[in-house]
Design a protein around this ligand. Structure first.
Ligand code: 26Q
Length: 813
């Protein structure tokens, strides 16, 4: 087999050749997009050789394989990550230099696949990187959304959503796999018959959609392993179902085509808020069914029809409940397609499926209307009824006569299909994403299930791939670290601990500081280019970047900035280091309060800019369109990482880890993984404030929280909130924030006032800010703390997380 040599001259030849053959241009006359395509497809060729070998080795080894099912994979750009993992960064850099190509101009031509909202999707992407780097055979499976998460513009201080057409220029990294096209059925009626003494079920008059897989290679760091991200696209059969058409069922033929067209159109932009939308359910079933059909086909090709072997060869991991229909679908395939009886089908399914929970927020728990499920997926609904019957029977022996409790635990109850209950009841493993979250699951949300089978539950703290979030995103720091402690941390992030003694080294601290400064300038180039705003590197870069949600409390940050502004305005002798507040956050388009908070932050930015003295101390910048690529420039530039969620609400958080790894200090609550950052760095290297999770829980139970009392006693809060309504922030529309005001002090639409305890935690937050700013003024102290944060961040590498998943759950090799 001919193999190309990807040394510097091979790379150059390939790029020049592709430009000539694809576009008829030279390196000089090529557009940046053409140069990107030529370089990326050269890298792809290099990967293809490995992919092929990897597949052959796989088939030969006959080992167990992981399918990681997720409605979201927030991949970010691939080119630089692939170069790092192929250990080809230097060769390509040299080739680019010799061809007089600017690598940075080329990289930003790659459209970012935004096939995710936030944490859950980005976690899935980090996991893929670690799975390949740890040589674990796996396939990520999801939907090939034509439009990823919307692009955000800020116009007149408000969010405007634009479509994200990430596929418009084609996708270099994917290949269509025609031989794995399969069919997924919706609607129809179930026919029951007895064949050879066995009850068999067939679906009639269903809508059938083709599922077309596209594969993207996932390269591991310095290994031969290349795994796959498979995205499923929905197509109507041969464009239009001629059989149905031929029978004169024109409407139905049209309907099928339309359904196929919409199923993979868009990614739903709500995270942490669930709605019973039929299309969303269809999306989920569509990719789950296609994935399972493929997995069984692949299994049979290798092992024939001995399905008792399935749990030894295959594990399906479901990323939250969104792919939870994998459970009834696997049972369906084993019974209806493979001819198994119910008992073995259920037993095998149980042993093959593991589930991770990512939220305890009630409004985020999926509950599908039973009628909808029955109509759209009649056979799946039948299976859910049987699963529910058997599961409740079992629960009844554990909780005799406790009907209320069993109703809360049931798969089907109160007219709804309760997806979390389905997953907890049927999966062999249930895990939380941080130690605190795991505890909240077993003591709260899933307590009653926990009592029936404690061994099933675990907590595995999330992680991030240090290859993207340090090596790729922060080349300056990476270079410095490499010169200081060697390159052991490339492979093993725990080796970052070697940095600890260098916190005491003044020369090192100075270099560390210089890197941060360059990173601030890099970020400034982005804001300059995108928003026409220059960032002053002499300011502290204080960042809150994450989806916009009330529980994440961007409002607490903003309110505090407003209080600082008032202090400056009132005190002509005010002095403090200048501080830049950066916000990056998309709001779900239908989330009214979140959008109001965006308006508030932007109005605040304007107010401060217009005050000559205040703007010497404070600046607020709202970063447009926060996405993975923005995060890669943002994290390395940050001094402060704001992690303000109401304790008990943020399952883990992963942005917190990215900031830490890049030397930012955390200002945060004892929530999610912040608790573990605290444990890693120690109390003196983090700024903790606010109520603990148990206290918050207690306050909810008591129901006596009264934010109005705080408003009445705290003059600074009263002043700030009054300015919300007196035209200070919105001279032309003084009542713009009225609803936020009501929500904080009175509660609206039946909700409790200040449900996330913004005012309650304000005092403690303000004190933590003071402590932090005092420390910042001593450069030596601050830099030591920042260095300790980097040194202790190795624990949060997703390599550690994936090792733990594999040891405790998947048990592959
Ligand atoms: C479900 C049904 C219908 C529409 C939307 C959804 C939906 C989509 C996305 C519900 C939730 C999500 C995303 C949740 C998420 O990102 N959770 C975060 O997961 C991270 C990784 O574990 C954690 O670090 C965060 O704490 C958690 O908020």
């Amino acid at each position: 087999m001919p193999t190309t040599n990807f040394d510097v001259s091979g790379i150059k030849q390939s790029i020049v050749g592709k430009l000539q053959r694809y576009y008829g241009v030279t390196v000089k006359t090529a557009t940046p997009q053409q140069r990107y395509k030529a370089a990326a497809s050269t890298v792809r060729d290099q990967i293809m050789q490995k992919w092929m070998v990897s597949r052959e080795q796989r088939a030969h080894a006959q080992g167990k394989r992981l399918y990681y099912l997720s409605v979201e994979f927030l991949m970010g750009r691939s080119l630089n990550s692939n170069l790092i993992n192929l250990c080809s960064q230097d060769a390509y850099q040299e080739a680019f230099r010799e061809l007089d190509i600017d690598p940075n101009a080329l990289m930003i031509e790659e459209p970012e696949p935004a096939l995710g909202n936030g944490g859950l999707g980005r976690l899935a992407a980090c996991f893929l990187d670690s799975l390949s780097s740890l040589d674990i055979p796996s396939m990520g499976c999801t939907i090939r959304y034509e439009y990823g998460l919307f692009r955000q513009k800020i116009v007149d201080g408000q969010q405007v959503e634009l479509p994200d057409m990430w596929l418009a220029n084609g996708n270099v990294w994917e290949i269509l796999v025609a031989e794995d096209i399969c069919q997924v059925h919706f609607g129809g009626e179930i026919r029951e018959a007895v064949v050879d003494g066995r009850r068999v079920f067939t679906l009639e008059n269903a809508y059938t959609i083709d599922a077309v897989p596209y594969d993207m290679p996932i390269v591991g760091y310095d290994t031969d392993c290349v795994n796959t991200l498979r995205t499923w696209s929905a197509h109507s059969r041969e464009g239009f179902d001629l059989k149905t058409f031929g029978r004169g069922e024109y409407d139905k033929a049209m309907d099928e085509m339309k359904m196929a067209e919409v199923i993979n159109k868009v990614l739903y932009p709500e995270d942490s808020h669930w709605e019973g939308k039929m299309l969303r359910m269809k999306q989920q079933y569509f990719f789950v069914s296609a994935t399972l059909q493929y997995a069984l086909k692949d299994f049979k090709r290798q092992y024939g029809g001995d399905f008792d072997l399935l749990p030894e060869k295959v594990v399906f991991h479901i990323n939250d409940t969104h792919p939870g229909l994998a459970i009834p679908e696997l049972i369906r395939l084993l019974i209806d397609q493979e001819g198994l009886d119910w008992e073995p089908a259920q037993r095998i399914t149980h042993r093959c499926v593991a589930y991770t929970n990512h939220t305890v927020l009630q409004e985020a728990l999926e509950r599908w209307p039973q009628d909808m499920m029955r109509q759209t997926l009649p056979r799946i609904y039948m299976i859910l009824e049987e699963l529910n019957r058997r599961s409740c029977e079992k629960l009844f022996t554990f909780y005799p006569d406790q009907w209320d409790r069993i109703g809360q635990m049931a798969i089907l109850a109160y007219g709804q299909v309760h997806m979390a209950n389905l997953c907890v009841a049927l999966a062999f493993s249930v895990n939380g994403v941080s130690q605190l979250h795991g505890k909240i699951l077993t003591e709260g949300l899933f307590h009653d299930y926990y009592m029936t089978d404690p061994a099933k539950f675990s907590a595995i703290t999330n992680g991030i791939t240090h290859r993207r979030w340090l090596l790729s995103a922060n080349p300056g720091l990476t270079k410095l670290l490499r010169e200081t402690i060697g390159d052991g941390f490339y492979r093993d992030a725990q080796a970052l601990e070697k940095l600890l003694p260098f916190a005491e080294d003044a020369a090192f601290r100075q270099q560390f500081d210089a890197v941060k400064r360059i990173n601030k300038q890099r970020l400034s180039q982005l804001t300059q280019r995108r928003q026409g705003i220059t960032l002053d590197p002499d300011f502290i870069f204080d960042v809150q970047a994450k989806r916009l949600h009330e529980y994440k409390r961007q409002l607490l940050n903003a309110l505090h900035i407003q209080v600082l502004y008032n202090r400056i305005v009132e005190d002509s002798g005010y002095d403090a280091p200048p501080r830049l507040f950066l916000f990056g956050a998309k709001a779900a388009p239908g989330y009214y309060r979140a959008k109001l908070i965006i308006r508030y932050i932007n109005a605040l930015a304007k107010l401060i800019d217009s005050h000559p003295r205040a703007s010497k101390f404070l600046k607020v910048v709202y970063l447009e369109n926060y996405d993975v690529s923005t995060a890669e420039l943002l994290m390395p530039a940050a001094d402060i990482s704001q992690q303000l969620s109401t304790a008990g609400k943020e399952a883990s958080g992963t942005g917190n880890m990215k900031f830490m790894m890049n030397g930012a200090l955390t200002l945060g609550t004892m929530d999610g993984a912040n608790v573990e950052i605290y444990e890693q760095v120690g109390a003196e290297n983090i700024y903790i404030f606010g109520m603990r999770a148990e206290t918050v829980e207690g306050m909810y139970r008591e129901g006596t929280y009264n934010p109005m009392a705080i408003f009445e006693t705290n003059g600074e809060i009263r002043r700030a909130l009054s300015q919300w309504l007196d035209g200070t922030l919105f001279p032309d529309e003084p009542m713009a924030l009225q609803d936020l005001y009501h929500m904080l002090l009175m509660g609206d639409m039946g909700g409790m006032a200040d449900a996330y305890f913004v005012l309650k935690d304000f005092g403690s937050y303000s004190m933590a800010n003071r402590r932090m700013m005092e420390d910042y003024q001593n450069r030596e102290i601050w830099q030591k703390k920042a260095i300790v944060n980097v040194a202790k961040s190795g624990f949060f590498s997703s390599d550690r997380t994936i090792r733990e998943y594999n040891e405790m759950i998947w048990k592959i090799r």
